[in-house]
Ligand binder design. Sequence first.
Ligand SMILES: [Zn+2]
Length: 191
Amino acid sequence: MSVWYVAHGDELLIDVDDYMRPSKSGCPWGEAFFRRRLRDAITAGKLRVREVWLINSSSARHYHAIVRLCAAMQTLPRLIWQLHLGSDLYRGRADLMRFYRGWDSPSLLILPQPIPYFYRPSDAACKCREKHITEQQFQLGAAACPVWRRYRGASPWELFGPSYREPERFVPLPLGKVPLDLIMECQTCRK
Ligand SMILES: [Zn+2]
């Protein structure tokens, strides 16, 4: 089973991939970009926060935080706050693009079970036990998970173009005007 939490107007969903990963200063990522920035935003009166939930998801080092605000906020500033509070950039950029494209559920959290003692029920549930891998769901077409289709239904490569997993070689770029053929160089077109 998977349960789906779609960010409500008064919620920030923060995806912290590895809370203890060192940031540039050596300070743990979650500390530098989540707890400290959240504290500073509250202190500065920029965010009015009702409660904070930290959830450990599929992998032991992967955390999600839900910041429940005192009042609803518009979607765009919510998405920006999520990024400011250290949420995963790849997820964040897709959330922003989905919002721009007019999707009504740009940020969501999928968990194997409901969050214990959480203040509200989840927004949806499906029978999938495995992680919803976008690529697989997308290929399933009409047979894809109906909840995935309802809330996602498109892949990041529809938003940004396909991504490739092949290793990339380093192409040094000159300062100033960069020739486009250098940008377009890839592993298979090596000169
Ligand atoms: Zn599903």
